[in-house]
Design a protein around this ligand. Structure first.
Ligand code: ADP
Ligand code: MG
Length: 320
């Protein structure tokens, strides 16, 4: 099998709604009138973002899921994606599982693959995604306003616990480890929620590097600060047996959960709770947007007793 057979067999499928899909030098796409394209790309490298022996079907899901999550965080409706793949060798078992996992998720969103690039090299996968959003309606980080509530879209920390287990920092029993693995490997992008939040939220992002680090990005761009009530931050039940230090780290600084963090005006509290019910995605109000202060961190976390918590960690940074 050569490169072109590989593309034809594993990555060429009908692309309804697309003017020209895989097969030419470029794809052709029309965009709805009065809409903007939201465009994002995420690269996943073996040994850095995933373990080299990772299950290829789950990997296919995850690579697309992290991109869909970016569309959710912008309030954009995903419309197409492209795939760049570097593979160490021709491995049809791997390719067929990988494409199965990727397309299973793509099909949930009627999302066509419209092109890509394929090369031999150390395993790495880069997906570019585009979505549409009515002009001016995207959810921007800089949209957060003083007095906004801060919300998150689900319990945090299970994916971090999976990483702690795989790297030997904690020992979880087999059932628990499997449940954490599911959260790490198969995140469910909150696309419907993101679309609905266009009407209710001022700002949003997806939590890929940990709640406090990611919320700090909103604060930086919006010129504000935030306080978090630790007791209101939903903790994954998978964390129950861990020490309070590790729970705190997993919940506040654990990446890879891909829940949304968003800020919204107080008047929208009830509507947001109703939305969570309607989508079967419980939404948790965890804090408030405040005025920045040169002497304190942008994001401060308070414990049950109302005491400021000293946090020995920050968001994930590849170059730190
Ligand atoms: P070019 O040489 O013009 O860059 P390629 O030979 O790389 O074209 O690709 C041929 C066609 O196959 C293009 O339409 C490209 O978008 C598509 N393609 C290549 N690799 C992939 C992939 N992994 N997934 C989807 N489409 C791909
Ligand atoms: Mg090419």
């Amino acid at each position: 099998m050569n490169e072109f057979d590989l593309i034809a067999k594993y990555f060429t499928r009908p692309a309804p709604g697309i003017d020209l899909g895989v097969g030419d030098d470029a794809a052709l796409v029309s965009i709805s009138p009065d809409h903007q394209l939201a465009i994002s790309v995420d690269m996943l490298v073996a040994g850095r973002h995933f373990f080299a022996d990772a299950d290829p079907e789950r990997l296919g899901h995850k690579c697309l899921a992290v991109n869909l999550s970016d569309m959710a965080a912008m309030g954009a409706k995903p419309t197409w994606f492209t795939l760049s793949l570097a593979l160490p060798e021709m491995n049809e078992v791997w390719l067929s599982s990988f494409s199965r996992g990727m397309f299973a998720l793509a099909d949930q969103f009627n999302l066509p693959l419209i092109g890509g690039d394929t090369t031999r090299g150390p395993l790495s996968i880069s997906i570019q995604i585009a979505g549409e959003v009515p002009k001016g309606r995207a959810l921007l980080r800089r949209g957060a306003q003083l007095g906004d509530d801060v919300w998150v879209s689900g319990p945090l920390g299970a994916a971090a616990a999976a990483v702690m287990h795989r790297t030997g920092r904690v020992v979880l029993d087999a059932t628990l480890a499997q449940r954490c693995d599911l959260r790490l490997d198969l995140p469910q992008p909150r696309v419907k929620l993101g679309l609905a939040l266009r009407d209710l939220a001022h700002s949003a992002l997806d939590i890929s590097d940990g709640l406090i680090g990611d919320l700090a990005h909103i604060c930086e761009q919006a010129g504000c600060a935030a306080i978090i009530d630790f007791k209101n931050v939903p903790q994954a039940i998978e964390l129950n047996g861990l020490s309070s230090e590790l729970i705190c780290e997993a919940v506040l600084a654990g990446g890879d959960d891909y829940e949304l963090c968003f800020t919204a005006p107080v008047v929208n509290r009830e509507a947001i709770e109703r939305l969570g019910g309607a989508l079967n995605t419980p939404l948790f109000r965890v804090g408030t947007i405040t005025c920045p202060n040169a002497n304190t961190p942008l994001v401060q976390v308070f414990d049950e007793a109302g005491q400021l918590m000293a946090l020995p960690f920050t968001g994930f940074d590849h170059f730190k």
